[in-house]
Write a protein that binds this ligand. Structure first.
Ligand SMILES: NC(=O)c1ccc[n+]([C@@H]2O[C@H](COP(=O)([O-])OP(=O)(O)OC[C@H]3O[C@@H](n4cnc5c(N)ncnc54)[C@H](O)[C@@H]3O)[C@@H](O)[C@H]2O)c1
Ligand SMILES: O=P(O)(O)OC[C@H](O)CO
Length: 331
């Protein structure tokens, strides 16, 4: 296996993961969707569009040519969830069968309601699938601040190879085998972080914030278990860990989106002002369709889906949640 890592997607997270790999002694080829981003990384060793102000290791080689990843021993895929299918299809001719491919994006495909591992299975069936997820802000990882994540792979030796390529003292992947649990944790926490931002923006208080995390965690776990995940996965880094991080810091794009919604800004204005992805906005309606299909009750995610789809105002959604009948905590 080549010791070079291929990374598809040079947004903040793909760039930070390239930096984590460099810290682990692994050179990488970082594919950028925008040719000018690839050129800037090679010329200035910085990603001025998506990760401004962080000096990158010269072992990171950027490209806009998909064929350049054919020689890499493993791939990380870090493209936004709604662009995952088209991106993977563009790389189909360049994958060597048996290559470990770790999905690092957090979202559910709208329309099909597929998880990213389903999309990978349909587009690159000869890959060995893995999921990397957990509490990790790109800027923290790129700066080398201590971070721990879940690396889920049912092929333990492929998982260990991936961990050897990216793990270091400051970036610590923990091996797991539950891809569905890792994916649902990462996808649903983005939706719940929008709700947490709304709680903050509407000044509903710390008690409401804590209640939201606990009841949101119950929703996340119910959906994951209904889809076949192990309950314990959700108590780990990729579930509760990421939920706590993302619901607690406006550094999160999802939480900051909720904060602005809670303060009265329109979703259109919030989205128009950013060039970075806010996965929870597209994933919220997909989560609700998936929950309905599996008869899973997810009232907080439902409220977020109604708000981002323009079907309910922030106040109407909050009032509807608070008017729900009292029920058992374990329901
Ligand atoms: N940023 C983080 O801290 C972080 C951490 C963990 C996971 N993630 C996940 O990583 C994924 C990527 O997020 P990010 O923060 O790196 O992105 P970003 O917001 O920094 O950048 C947007 C990305 O979208 C890409 N893009 C735009 N249009 C595209 C198209 N048509 N086809 C393919 N790509 C296109 C851009 O090239 C860029 O890579 C998301 O699923 C996110 O949830 C992000
Ligand atoms: O900025 P967000 O909300 O996309 O969150 C980034 C990471 O997923 C946090 O683990």
């Amino acid at each position: 296996m080549s010791a070079r890592l291929g990374i598809i997607g040079a947004g903040a997270w793909g760039t930070a993961l390239a930096q984590a790999a460099a810290r682990a002694g692994t050179p990488s080829t970082l594919w950028a969707f925008e040719p000018e981003v690839a050129a800037a990384i090679n010329e200035t060793h910085e990603n001025p569009v998506f990760l401004k102000g962080i000096k990158l290791d010269p072992a990171i080689r950027a490209t806009n040519n998909a064929a350049d990843l054919s020689a890499c021993g493993a791939w990380l895929v870090v493209t936004p969830a709604q662009h995952m299918r088209a991106s993977l299809e563009a790389f189909r001719a360049h994958l060597r069968p048996g290559t470990p491919v770790a999905l690092c994006s957090k979202g559910i495909e709208r329309g099909s309601l597929k998880l990213m591992s389903n999309v990978l299975g349909e587009t690159l069936p000869h890959a060995v699938p893995a999921v990397l997820s957990g509490p990790s802000f790109a800027a923290d990882v790129a700066r080398g601040l201590p971070t721990a994540v879940t690396l889920a792979c049912t092929d333990a030796s492929a998982g260990e190879k991936l961990i050897a390529m990216i793990g270091s003292a400051s970036f610590r992947p923990y091996l797991a085998d539950d891809l569905i649990g890792a994916e649902i944790g990462g996808s649903v926490k983005n939706v719940l972080a929008i709700a947490a931002g709304i709680v903050e923006g509407r000044e509903l208080g710390r008690s409401a914030h804590a209640a939201l995390i606990a009841r949101g965690f119950a929703e996340m776990t119910r959906l994951a278990v209904a889809l076949g995940a192990q309950r314990e996965t959700l108590t780990g880094l990729c579930g509760l860990g990421d939920l706590v991080l993302t619901c607690s810091s406006p550094q999160s794009r999802n939480m900051s989106c909720g904060l602005a919604l809670g303060r009265g800004e329109s979703l259109a204005d919030i989205m128009a002002a950013r060039n970075s992805v806010t996965e929870g906005v597209a994933t919220a309606p997909a989560v609700m369709e998936l929950a309905a299909r599996h008869h899973v009750d997810m009232p907080i995610c439902e409220a977020v889906a109604a708000i981002v789809s323009g079907k309910a105002s922030v106040d109407a959604a909050i009032n509807a949640l608070l008017a729900r009948p009292f029920t058992s905590e374990s329901a």
